[in-house]
Design a protein around this ligand. Sequence first.
Ligand code: SF4
Ligand code: ZN
Length: 347
Amino acid sequence: MPAPQCATCHKARAALRRPRSGRALCGACFCAAFEAEVLHTVVAGRLLPPGAVVAVGASGGKDSTVLAHVLQVLAPRLGISLRLVAVDEGIGGYRDAALAAVRRQAARWELPLTVVAYADLFGGWTMDAVARSTAGSGRSRACCTFCGVLRRRALEEGARLVGATHIVTGHNADDMAETVLMNFLRGDAARLARGGGLGSPGEGGALPRCRPLQLASQKEVVLYAHFRRLDYFSEECVYAPEAFRGHARHLLKLLEAARPSAVLDLVHSAERLALAPAARPPAPGACSRCGALASRALCQACALLDGLNRGRPRLAIGKGRRGLDEAGPPRDGEPERAPAPDAVPAF
Ligand code: SF4
Ligand code: ZN
């Protein structure tokens, strides 16, 4: 059966059916619609004011690649300027290839790129060193816990280095739904309490952060990258397979098969969630070492580094620090997983 006509331009043949709406569109009309939706998310949510200097957490993966490309298209209309900030976690044989993709992107878009490395920021600790240090105690799970906390800190440092006023990350709706699901599964009220919305306004002196792709499905992010012919890195991190997030992802796929709106419903449920007073975490204070927001004496990054430096990394993620354990924290700028093979449907 020949492909139907595009439902928007009525000229070209449709090249895809939008996963949520079912509308048959040609590649050009789909990309224009995707960009318009991201623009609406940014404008309606007042995420990036005119004049903002925006640090894009660039990992070389599909999400941050699509985010940077769409913001590059929208920058003149939004009145913002962009800087790419990549984080080198020190994962041998993996991160170098991803960083090479970021460098190619920076050259293609003529955007300034700054790379910040864990080894430089955190007293010589790389993720490979963390993996060795935590080996034998659930290595991969612990790796992602350390990595997510440290990446958040590294991205903040990199953004300050380039004079950014705002940070954006490429999390899509599927990422956010996985996070919500994980927080429910862990009963993590603190993360649930601050997990909603499209970003954080920048408490405690931190730069404001937002996620302009938070309402875009992973499938459409892949489709956009496909039709815009974006060059991105799609291999999975060597420490990823055992992360708890993988279980949440699997569960979400099952839920989505039974109820296609499950992903967005979960994202919106986090926005509307109100915790009972007794369940609300205490207001955070300042880390006694670095001054960042902290719900204990030390912030998460300082507590994890402290545990590593004392040769007792499990102490920092054990029972005493509920919420840091094994679940894989928010993954700002994280290298993404490979797209599902069926992610680019064709007629
Ligand atoms: Fe870090 Fe992501 Fe690799 Fe985990 S999977 S170690 S969070 S890069
Ligand atoms: Zn600290």
